[in-house]
Design a protein around this ligand. Sequence first.
Ligand SMILES: Nc1ncnc2c1ncn2[C@@H]1O[C@H](COP(=O)(O)OP(=O)(O)OP(=O)(O)O)[C@@H](O)[C@H]1O
Ligand SMILES: Nc1ncnc2c1ncn2[C@@H]1O[C@H](COP(=O)(O)OP(=O)(O)OP(=O)(O)O)[C@@H](O)[C@H]1O
Ligand SMILES: [Mg+2]
Ligand SMILES: [Mg+2]
Lengths: 256, 256
Amino acid sequence: MGRIFAVVNQKGGVGKSTTAVNLAACLGAAGKSVLMVDTDPQGNATSGMGFDKSEIKKCIYNVLVEGLPVAEVALPTPHPELGTVFIVPATIQLAGAEVELVSMMSREYRMKTALEEIRDQFDFIILDCPPSLGLLTINALTAADGVIVPIQCEYYALEGLSQLLDTINLVKKHLNKNLEIAGVLLTMYDARTNLAQQVIDEVRGYFADRVYRTIIPRNIRLSEAPGYGRPINLYDPSSKGAEAYDSLCQEVIKHG
Amino acid sequence: MGRIFAVVNQKGGVGKSTTAVNLAACLGAAGKSVLMVDTDPQGNATSGMGFDKSEIKKCIYNVLVEGLPVAEVALPTPHPELGTVFIVPATIQLAGAEVELVSMMSREYRMKTALEEIRDQFDFIILDCPPSLGLLTINALTAADGVIVPIQCEYYALEGLSQLLDTINLVKKHLNKNLEIAGVLLTMYDARTNLAQQVIDEVRGYFADRVYRTIIPRNIRLSEAPGYGRPINLYDPSSKGAEAYDSLCQEVIKHG
Ligand SMILES: Nc1ncnc2c1ncn2[C@@H]1O[C@H](COP(=O)(O)OP(=O)(O)OP(=O)(O)O)[C@@H](O)[C@H]1O
Ligand SMILES: Nc1ncnc2c1ncn2[C@@H]1O[C@H](COP(=O)(O)OP(=O)(O)OP(=O)(O)O)[C@@H](O)[C@H]1O
Ligand SMILES: [Mg+2]
Ligand SMILES: [Mg+2]
């Protein structure tokens, strides 16, 4: 039975899409079968994995709003060397979904219901979320077993955590009682920033053993890779970014 | 009559709050009277300007949802050396505002109406927005004369632009016919990233003369300053970040 992770943080630009793409790619390269679902209307995870969004006819919008089966929308990645990695893409069509979902039946469970049909075909399902706590993120949290929370090693990133935890607890109470925090991932670590260590200490103080041992460093190759539509393990396998995501992949395989 | 700017981009982490805080601070130091309004529930601009959110009793929530006058909520910054800089803060209370606003009368005009009362008392009013295109951002766009669009010099940042422009055009057509793009601000420029120049060329090709000449470099001091609650012109006035925001301030004074 596939384990479902939602990559969530309403703070913008903390590395959600970068984590979703590179974790999915590393899990595939490690021989796991993976489905990545892009629930952000900007579609960064879709293009970061190498898809040309102008050629995509059906996306997560059709699944959530029209009830199309995931099997009819999922596509294999353009990188066969990654093994079994499929994606449910997002296009601009998704921009109107939150407004449309508000008045629909079982609006918070549409992702969960859609994924149930195909869950057994994958070892891992990774959901990339937009930088907000609206219905798209709520759908991902309701469908997930675990939440991966990327946190940038910068001061502003600490401020939204209580709101995020409140939302996770509300979902756990009303929509998905099995939801847990799978792990907190420290990202964009730059040893030169004198606050980085303080942020790390504060996050470890707050989340204790739920913080992944792997820390993702700030690494220019990670920000270049999406421009070539290749995950980091294909764009620059010997970079610090590739090593870090590979180490995260091992942690996730070992204990989620 | 104060000129109102909304700092908007639904892509997360592009430097919206950093731009709002530092532009407001530089305009104040240049002798202008400034009101900064934080419309993001994370309240980064509020803490970045030095406020302790736990001590704030009233915020933009009370203005938008309860109709409290701005004059009763606005606070002077804790930095008298900035001159006349006031802020309408945001606290966690704002997190529920978008849901509450959906069913309210003239829900898109509440910010515009609130600012009309005090607009004559300031030279500039700067609105920081959350990373989404929901009702809080729509309120800011409806109230604004001009939009400042920060764009990170990275690949992913280019993807959401068409959605942003669509939203600006919709607001211009239905809610605020005078709305213009005041300027596009290139942020976090890092000459070592081989894509940065391509992003700049693409943005200049698309927006032509609406791109500010000032480019904000990636500068560690900018990410440290919020941890000390001080804008960059007080935290490290000789840094590249401070020079860049001062140059932006001059451009905004000269022609918005
Ligand atoms: N470790 C890293 N080192 C350097 N750059 C990074 C790193 N991780 C992500 N980036 C870059 O930083 C930017 C923000 O990352 P990303 O888009 O993955 O964040 P996000 O949380 O998904 O953003 P959003 O909130 O808009 O969805 C992107 O341009 C990305 O390429
Ligand atoms: N020019 C810069 N150089 C280095 N760091 C920067 C720069 N501008 C902003 N930062 C840092 O990058 C992070 C993102 O910036 P900021 O929070 O201002 O973006 P934002 O667009 O307001 O994010 P959100 O979408 O969450 O509102 C912050 O930690 C900030 O301190
Ligand atoms: Mg993203
Ligand atoms: Mg912000």
